[in-house]
Ligand binder design. Structure first.
Ligand code: ME8
Length: 659
């Protein structure tokens, strides 16, 4: 039996799980399920990345020890995945003792080979990314990811001779066209390798500066650089090095596997990791699958903009399967995609409620009426029936090929061709007329042709919508069982036209994907889904319905609310942010000695000239933050709904307190 191993990044525990983490993890889960469906032995790994400066700082800010802090957030990730229907086989934490031992073994092996040396280095270090940047990589002197100024650090450290493997890596990428995919990211890595000699990788941090890490086995005064530690998780999770010589062990069975990451961590995965593996004489991974970023209405998700999407709330609101479908269908793997309540609702209503759900509902209810809910015989198919069966067969084949190439959106698009064709076929064959005419033989062939095509689609959708797929298969009288995962089962599904048994009783009704109200439409009282918080007064219920799921928040204590220092102010001047289209730079008079500079993400809603003189409400006691290079000394409050934004205002003198 062939085997398949897919990994997600191990997520940093300095932020709560959000839509981006959920997307990668959904995709990994879908890939694992797809390979199970193809009769393979499939394994999925996810986990948390818990060492490094960044975590120490976040723990200190939360008033906790690093261990307490990492236990808390790692626990949130662990609790979330099952609630999102993710079936990973293992959750690794870099603070696990077995992982630590494995990292030390990897370091020792490369050290013994002579590929780790001691030297001095000065460089621009971004604490957000936990890595040094070269001058060339910085944008206007700022970290390209965080738009913050890196710190210049110079110290003695251990280095991995990465440059030694540069030529090998380039050849490997050229010889294996889909080693890094899609192609744009392969080209990006090739460009990194063509841009001059690779700098050797600093793989240690002196304990005088950082103790929260894995000790180097050959020098106790140093801990391991967090990226070296983190990347090793992909093999430490398989028991390496212990399982190396054991053909029955996880390492021998599942390595080399393939990785799933977003574009933000292309370099560590595309350059550091393969060269580390090569230096340790280990086989490199099979594929690095790189996806783009989820934006929220074309804006980067960020805590400061308050637009971070909570995946659990979204799944509860839209339905878990529908939400998964949206994410896999909407993002063209490799490119960025935009999330908004409207885009999810439109997609779910069109593809799931109208096309797929409606097909199941009408066909099953007709079959209930015409054949007492039993599967009718196929009889003698005519040309139209053959055309539909062939279209379904070729779309299914396309779907499978595209899925293997991680082109999920195109795969689903291919599968929707027969779904739409089935709805047209129903209209063209008009089973109700055949019934009226008493043409039972033809009616039987039409209904059976439909049921068979629906079954094929239902089973293929299992990786994307496991719950709905299982429900559809059950409705069609052939529930999902272990036999669907036999090595020959997928070929059988693709090649054969008949999978159902005549006479078997099937569902007479189906309501898989209820239509969602479009967010812009006024909510009718009592109509909003209970899991979406609509606790606003009746007059506000409309906009509460329209607001993003991101906005629903857990209750807080009154004492927490009292911590806010809200003040009335007047905007004196507003202008565009020099480095960010979405942001405005404002001078706001809060009745203090001098106006405050506030950077606000409202550029899409206001012309700067229109803002001077406006009264606003400001959160005045937030610590200053740098947004794209400009310090923001507070936050302006606004109300946002589906297609608008209004600034909160109060007719009071500058500096007046808002209670
Ligand atoms: O980088 N859209 O962890 P991390 C899509 N610990 N995916 C997103 C996203 C977005 N807006 N935001 C985050 C780290 N992601 C390291 C990884 S691996 C050895 C160490 C997803 O918590 C995406 O998968 O910053 C991205 O690569 C990952 O979260 C970064 O997670």
């Amino acid at each position: 039996m062939s085997s398949y191993y897919i990994t997600t990044p191990i997520y940093y525990v300095n932020a709560r799980p959000h839509l981006g983490h959920a997307y990668t993890t959904f995709v990994a889960d879908a890939l694992k399920r797809f390979h199970l469906l193809a009769g393979e032995e499939a394994r999925m790994l996810t986990g948390t990345d818990e060492h490094g400066d960044k975590i120490v700082k976040a723990a200190a800010a939360a008033g906790q020890s690093p261990q307490e802090f990492v236990d808390g957030i790692s626990g949130e990730f662990q609790a979330l995945w099952p609630r999102l229907g993710i079936e990973h086989d293992q959750f690794i934490r870099t603070t696990d003792p077995a992982h630590k031992a494995s990292v030390q073994a990897l370091l020792q092996r490369i050290y013994d080979k002579g590929d780790i040396y001691f030297g001095e280095y000065g460089g621009h270090y971004c604490f957000g990314c936990e890595r040094f940047y070269t001058e060339k990589e910085l944008e206007n002197g700022l970290c390209p990811q965080h738009q913050t100024k890196p710190e210049y650090i110079s110290e003695k450290n251990y280095f991995f001779k990465m440059s030694r493997y540069q030529g090998w890596l380039k050849r490997h990428i050229l010889d294996h066209p889909d080693f890094i995919r899609p192609e744009r990211y392969r080209n990006e890595v090739l460009a990194m390798l063509d841009g001059g000699v690779l700098e050797d990788l600093c793989i240690s941090r002196p304990k005088t500066r950082l103790t929260w890490g894995i000790e180097l086995p050959f020098d106790r005064d140093y801990v391991c650089y967090v990226w070296f530690d983190a990347l090793a998780n992909y093999i430490s999770a398989l028991g390496w090095p212990d399982g190396e010589g054991d053909p029955g062990g996880l390492y021998a069975r599942f390595w080399p596997g393939e990785h799933l990451v977003a574009k933000d961590i292309l370099k560590p995965h595309g350059v550091f990791w393969p060269t580390i593996l090569k230096a340790a004489d280990l086989p490199v991974y099979g594929h690095l699958n790189v996806h783009g970023y989820w934006l929220v209405r074309d804006t980067k998700m960020s805590k400061s903009l308050g637009n971070v999407v909570d995946p659990l709330k979204a799944a509860e609101y839209f339905g878990l399967d529908a939400f998964r479908y949206f994410l896999l269908r909407e993002m063209h793997f490799g490119s960025d995609a935009s999330f908004s309540d409207e885009s999810v609702t439109t997609r779910i209503n069109a593809d799931l409620a109208n096309d797929l759900g409606n097909l199941f509902s009408r066909v099953l209810s007709m079959n209930g009426k015409y054949f007492d809910g039993k599967i009718p015989p196929l009889g003698n198919p005519e040309e139209d029936d053959d055309v539909l069966a062939e279209l379904t067969g070729s779309a299914a084949l396309n779907y499978v090929q595209l899925f293997r190439q991680v082109r999920f959106s195109q795969a689903l698009e291919a599968l929707w061709e027969p779904i739409r064709a089935m709805n047209k076929y129903v209209d063209a064959q008009a089973p109700w007329s055949l019934f009226k005419e008493g043409n039972t033989e033809r009616l039987s062939t039409v209904m059976r042709t439909l049921l068979e095509a629906m079954y094929k689609v239902a089973r293929l959708l299992w990786p994307v919508m496991p719950g709905a797929s299982a429900a559809m298969q059950e409705q069609l009288g052939r529930p999902l069982r272990a036999e669907a995962f036999r090595p020959d089962a997928l070929d059988d599904l693709l090649q054969c036209r008949v999978h159902l048994r005549s006479g078997v009783e099937i569902a007479r009704a189906s309501n898989l994907f209820p239509r969602l109200e479009t967010p812009a439409a006024p909510a009718r009282p009592g109509k909003a889904k209970p899991h979406k918080e609509v606790k606003a007064a009746p007059a506000q219920a409309e906009s509460a319905q329209a607001a993003d799921v991101a906005d629903a928040k857990a209750p807080i204590e009154f004492a927490d609310f009292q911590k806010l220092d809200l003040r009335v102010g007047t905007i004196l001047k507003a202008e565009r942010h020099p480095h960010a289209d979405r942001l405005l730079r404002l001078d706001v008079d809060l009745g203090e000695d001098k106006p405050r500079q506030i950077v606000s993400g409202i550029a899409a809603f206001f012309e700067p000239e229109s803002l001077a003189g406006k009264q606003v409400v400001v959160v005045a006691n937030l610590p200053p933050r740098t947004l794209r290079g400009l310090e923001s000394q507070g936050m302006i409050l606004s109300a946002e709904w589906a297609d608008g934004l209004a600034l909160l205002t109060a007719p009071a003198p500058n500096g007046a307190r808002v209670n």
